[in-house]
Design a protein around this ligand. Structure first.
Ligand code: NAD
Length: 504
């Protein structure tokens, strides 16, 4: 078995990825609705993919369960499973140019971002392999005449449902630990960006993952996704997406008494104190909201600036935002690439228009670009709004676009009241040179991840959690593999003494 470089060709959709989905170890033309894949930079249809059906969900789950046992995957020694996961990581890295080109075509993101996501996915597979190999079960302290131990066993079939905004990275974050734990996985990628997950399945095949252990079923959430969550043989679902969908799926999971991990939306505060290194803060704040065109759960979309610095900082921030280059993801000059679809772009524009009608003032951006060069793409410029209060809809609702609000604060108390007044609790950025203050705020803020004097930096070894409406449960980190295992206790009797109802 050799690792193939599925190299970049004129189109990253080479012959191995033509209209086919991966169901229970077979590449087939889907019987579901045709999905038109549209390049967000130009509005042109570049491929058509027939999606999965509800029947495919059943086939994939049944095969996955059978193959996990028949192939020996579920009972394989950890270091043997780890060897295959390492090979998958290496295959992703070997193919990172193609993955990056494919994902940029499908999502519009810049090539630099999609390349980073591909490398991060490769590292995720290797990290999960390493943590699997080094994880111990435990002998527990005996409280009787037994040898007592706690072991971890595969759960069976894991449903992995992902959004369109960072495909390869969110795939890896779920699929790698779920496979590591000895499970089969049925992945349901989003209709708007299915291709990279299909390519990942090819790479898993090349790396020696038993065929059928991973199925990839692109299709609508309300049919294919829903069937996956409801399937009686799916033991756990790991979901990343919007809060409304996540809340609904939590109810479905509760009915089945099935564990579910939910990584959901956000409206994260970025806080600039008046002692901050202003240049450093400007760079970080700008990147925190406008990279990925703001289509990021952790986008720092509420910018709080201490009142004494407010005017100066906001003026400089606005000047910098105007200088950001809006263009296709394939142009190396581009900072702000197109949004995923025209419909999504229009919904972002609509939210900004509504905020302006309610009294917000536009400092930059604020309307769809009119340049001929951007005419057919789903572009929206970096937008900063002021004259808002934190209770306004534009400060409370997730926009998922390149739109920030700027709000002043007086002191720590005022800041915490405003920043924590949100249903979300995903991330936070703090810019100050006073590390005591940074730690005070980091501890008091309602967020699963806090960055101090940096933003949007990630490490697979560090757990990721959303609080409140931002999620349920944790992903990443060394224990991620355990999130996909059932814990089991075993008592071995080591005495000759009679049992309670024994006769001698
Ligand atoms: P979405 O909730 O519309 O869809 C996410 C996925 O769920 C898609 O694959 C979709 O097809 C599927 N789905 C939809 N309805 C379903 C149902 N009834 N049953 C099963 N599956 C269903 O979200 P989206 O618009 O694709 O993604 C954007 C959202 O994702 C934003 O809110 C963003 O903040 C969030 N997100 C969160 C994180 C995080 O880690 N917290 C990361 C990225 C994105």
């Amino acid at each position: 078995m050799t690792l193939a470089a599925h190299t970049v060709s004129a189109t990253p959709l080479a012959a191995d990825l033509r209209d086919s989905i991966y169901v229970g170890g077979r590449w087939v033309i889907g019987a579901g609705d045709a999905i038109e894949s549209i390049d967000p930079a130009t509005g042109t249809v570049f491929a058509t993919l027939h999606g999965a059906t509800v029947a495919d969900v059943d086939t994939a789950v049944r095969h996955g369960l059978a193959i996990a046992h028949r192939s020996g995957w579920a009972s394989m020694l950890p270091h043997e499973r780890a060897a295959i996961l390492h090979r998958i990581g290496n295959a992703i890295e070997l193919n990172s140019d193609r993955i990056s080109a494919l994902q940029t075509l499908d999502t519009g993101k810049t090539l630099s971002e999609t390349r980073a996501l591909a490398i991060s996915a490769a590292n995720t597979f290797r990290y999960m392999a390493a943590s699997l190999e080094t994880m111990d079960g435990s002998l527990t302290t005996p409280r009787g005449p037994w040898l007592t131990m706690s072991t971890h066993n595969p759960m069976g079939v894991i449903g992995a449902i992902t959004p369109w905004n960072s495909p390869i990275a969110s795939d890896a974050q779920k699929i790698a630990p779920a496979l590591a734990a000895g499970n089969a996985v049925v992945a349901k990628p989003p209709v708007w960006a299915p291709w990279v997950t299909l390519l990942l399945a090819r790479l898993c095949d090349d790396a020696g993952l038993p065929a059928g252990l991973l199925s990839v079923l692109p299709g609508p959430g309300r049919t294919v996704g829903e069937a996956l969550v409801r399937h009686p043989d799916v033991a756990k679902v790991t979901f990343t997406g919007g809060t409304a969908t996540g809340r609904h799926l939590a109810h479905v999971a509760a009915d089945k008494l099935m564990p579910i991990t939910l990584e959901l939306g956000g409206k994260s505060p970025t806080i600039v104190f008046d002692d901050a290194d202003v240049e450093h803060a400007l760079q970080g704040v700008l990147y925190g909201i406008f990279s990925s065109s703001g289509q990021s759960c952790i986008a720092g979309s509420r910018i709080f600036v201490q009142r004494s610095l407010f005017e100066r900082f906001v003026e400089q921030l606005t000047d910098r935002a105007r200088e950001l280059h809006v263009g296709p993801g394939t142009d190396p000059r581009t900072h702000v690439a197109p949004m995923i679809t025209l419909a999504h772009r229009n919904s972002v524009a609509h939210m900004v228009d509504a905020a302006v009608a309610a009294g917000a003032r536009v400092l930059c951006g604020g309307s769809v670009p009119t340049d001929a060069y951007l005419a057919n793409g789903a572009y929206y410029p970096p937008t900063i709004l002021t004259d808002v209060v934190n209770s306004d809809a534009i400060c409370q609702e997730e926009i998922f676009g390149p739109v920030a609000v700027v709000l002043p604060f007086d002191d720590e108390l005022d800041l915490l009241e405003q920043a924590n007044d949100s249903v979300y609790g995903l991330a936070c950025g703090i810019w100050t040179q006073d590390y005591r203050r940074a730690l005070r705020i980091a501890n008091a803020i309602h967020a699963g991840t806090v960055w101090v004097n940096t933003y949007k930096q990630f490490s697979i070894s560090t757990p990721f959690t959303g609080l409140g409406d931002s999620g349920l449960g944790t992903e990443k980190g060394r224990d991620a593999v355990r999130q996909y295992s059932n814990q089991k206790s075993i008592y071995l009797d080591v005495s000759d003494s009679p049992l309670p109802w024994g006769r001698n």
